[in-house]
Structures are given as structure tokens and as C-alpha cells.
Design a protein around this ligand. Sequence first.
Ligand code: MN
Length: 208
Amino acid sequence: MFTLPDLPYPYNALEPHIDEKTMQIHHDKHHGAYVKNLNDALANLQQYNNTTIQQLMAELDKVPEVVRMKVRNNGGGHANHSFFWTIMAPKAGGQPSGALAKAIDSAFGSFPLFQEKFNAAGVGRFGSGWVWLLNDKGKLSITDTPNQDNPWMDLPAQAGGKTPILGLDVWEHAYYLKYQNLRPDYIKAWWNVVNWSEVERKFKASSS
Ligand code: MN
């Protein structure tokens, strides 16, 4: 059974950039539903009793076909949101430092150029999905995925071997209460809550 992780901070901790009501509904209702639906999909499949969400993503093509799409959507939702809560924090934002800052400069030219490219991917993702900063042994790249797909999934046309170290949810449920249709404003505000120390930790952990 998968469980809904607690938010690592109060619902209102990301105010004014991400509002309390959005965080509450996003975590309790949306993420909560992904966990419940994932457990429902796997209820009769004992081989997944002790699996981790990362293993499940990596072996999605081996999940019985009758529940595979349900696992892809809801398992993806669980993996993505569990990750998303950790890369945000109150009193965060600013810029990364050290090796990650260097890797960003070398991949994109500068931090503002990196942000520009990441923002463009977020604004340009048609419909619902995610934008990712990926690490491939110190080499960074940006990609985006539809729905609740993610780079951990073993799918054709996916970025195999690349580890997400930063991700942005651009589903309307992530911003509509406060920003309505203004996705670019949400993305701009989101940079103020990026938890760079956690992103740096993920970068180091996936670089060796
Ligand atoms: Mn979401």
C-alpha cells in the first residue's frame, strides 16, 4: 500500500507565491486521490506489495496491461507530487550555488538563461503536464512530459538514465485558484519557493 506523505511544511508556508487553499486541495485531494487510485489499481496484485514508487515507475511496461494506464496516471501522480513537495520550501528561492550553479552555467549559459528556457517549456506545454530539470552524470537538460508522465518511467521516447532534480507542475489545479489562466505568472512566482538546497542534494546524489 502506498501512503500520502505529509507536506514538509504547513499549507500556508509558501504564501504569497502559492496560496494556502491551493496547497491544501493539491496535497489532500489531488495527491490523495492519486494514492488511493494507485492502491485500488494494485489491490489484487500481490507482487507489488513491497515495491517502491520508483521501482513501479521503472518497470511500468511489466505492469499487467489491464491496469497499466491506471498505474501510469496515478502512480505517476504519486511519484511526481511526492517529489514536488520536497523541491519547494518557505523562505527559499534565489539561486543555486556550488557545483549545481556551475552545471547550470555550462548547460544553459547562465542562471537567467536557464530560467528562460525552463519557463518557455512550462508555458509551452499544451494542456496538463510537468517540466523537468534532468541530470545525466553532471550534464543538465530540460524536458517536459504530458499528464502525470515523468522521466522515471520506462517508456519509449523517454529520457532514460537521466534523473529529475527539479520539477514543475503546470496542471491548472496547481495554480488556477490564485492565478486563473495566467500560467506564466504562476511560474514566475514559483521560482520564489524553489528549495535549492534540496535540488543541490538531488544533483549531488545523481552525479556520481
Ligand atoms: Mn498537481
